[in-house]
Design a protein around this ligand. Structure first.
Ligand code: NAP
Length: 329
């Protein structure tokens, strides 16, 4: 059995991790041994390894924030689960491993017939996309939103959820090659970023008044979104893909009453009720399990190949999310 551990943080994320072999544990009380089926590598995981994320675990730590597994063995008092049950792994438990031990009440049963790779990405990106659409601007049928990094995991979920809710999307990408897949997901408009974005958005939407811009990039890209909004519009930044501070021109802030705010799912967890969380995850899990909500999966790696996996996840121009899919030998 293997897990990915790190005892220091550093600028090159793949350089700080090591693969540690461990023996099958003797389970106590309500502990459960789980075979990890799939666990994604998200940008937040890379920021955690470099030390740039908003919350950092104590060192040494096992890497990986979310994932899905299958119950392999039950401790003497782990009566709430059955062997073979597919389960959602607890957030932050260290999911880049071939096996993990967790307490039975911390494991959420998932539909066994659903695709575990798709389910492994449910904890972070789908609720982020859903909440970005619902928490800031009251959007109705045929209203427009504009987002950048639209071919990201979050961006893809947002396109699909917006379509289900009758909301229209302008999707900004940094390379033309990403456009076709976004149209296939239900994107209304796909445009490449640039200084003349407002004119192109105006033409593509027939001059629609867009009140919400959703920014995962920062730097000048934030201002490009702000320039596409109607007066009084809101830009919500939720990601830092460019590594640059968000630029918004004083002209937009002063003369056009544009507002810039941030969103972090971790804050929503602190401020929402248990019932709201269960309702949102129930809805999203059902959509993913039925295949109605999907993310593209790029390359998959065994846990022992974690350094290659992290290097791939840090590259631009990927064709989907990099997943750890432990080999069962
Ligand atoms: N605030 C929250 O609660 C929250 C929750 C979830 C995710 N996030 C954030 O949301 C963002 C997207 O996450 P994800 O998992 O959906 O990402 P992902 O699937 O890994 O995709 C990354 C995206 O970023 C684009 N990108 C990379 N570098 C860029 C740059 N310098 N300029 C412009 N675009 C760039 C990529 O475009 P190419 O394909 O062209 O390389 C791709 O579209 C990340 O910043 C993540 O940390 C935040």
């Amino acid at each position: 059995m293997y897990r990915v551990q790190y005892s220091q943080r550093g600028p090159v994320p793949e350089d700080v991790v090591e693969v540690v072999e461990f023996e099958p544990p003797t389970l106590q009380d309500d502990q459960v041994l789980v075979d990890v089926l799939a666990a994604p590598i998200n940008p937040s995981d890379l920021l955690t390894l470099t030390g740039d994320y908003g919350v950092l675990p104590k060192l040494p730590a096992t890497a990986g924030n979310e994932g899905v597994g299958r119950v392999r063995e039950l401790g003497p008092n782990a009566s709430s689960l059955e062997q073979g049950q597919t389960v959602l792994l607890p957030v932050g438990i260290g999911t880049w491993a071939s096996h993990i031990v967790a307490k039975a009440p911390h494991l959420i049963p998932l539909p066994d017939q659903a695709d575990p790779q798709q389910l492994s990405m449910v904890t972070v990106n789908p609720p982020t996309a859903s909440l970005l659409l619902s928490e800031f601007v009251d959007l109705g049928q045929d209203d427009w939103v504009i987002q950048n990094a639209a071919n990201s995991g979050v961006g893809g979920y947002l396109i699909q959820l917006a379509k289900m809710r009758g909301i229209r999307t302008v999707n900004v990408v940094r390379r033309e090659s990403a456009a076709a897949e976004l149209h296939a997901m239900g994107a209304d408009v796909v445009l490449t970023d640039g200084d003349d974005l407002p004119e192109r958005v105006h033409a593509a939407t027939d001059g629609a008044a867009i009140r919400l811009g959703i920014d995962a990039v920062g730097g000048p890209a934030t201002d490009h979104l702000a320039s596409c909004l109607t007066d009084g519009g809101l830009v919500v930044n939720y990601g830092l893909m460019s590594g640059e501070p968000c630029h918004v021109s004083p002209k937009a802030l002063v003369f056009r009453d544009i507002t810039l705010k941030g969103f972090w799912l971790a804050h929503w967890f602190q401020t929402s009720s248990r019932e709201q969380q269960k309702a949102l995850y129930g809805e999203l899990t059902a959509l993913i399990a039925s295949g109605k909500l999907q993310a593209r999966v790029g390359r998959t790696y065994d846990v022992r190949d974690i350094r290659d996996a992290i290097a791939e996840a840090g590259k631009g121009g990927r064709d989907g999310k990099v997943l750890i899919v432990p080999k069962t030998d």
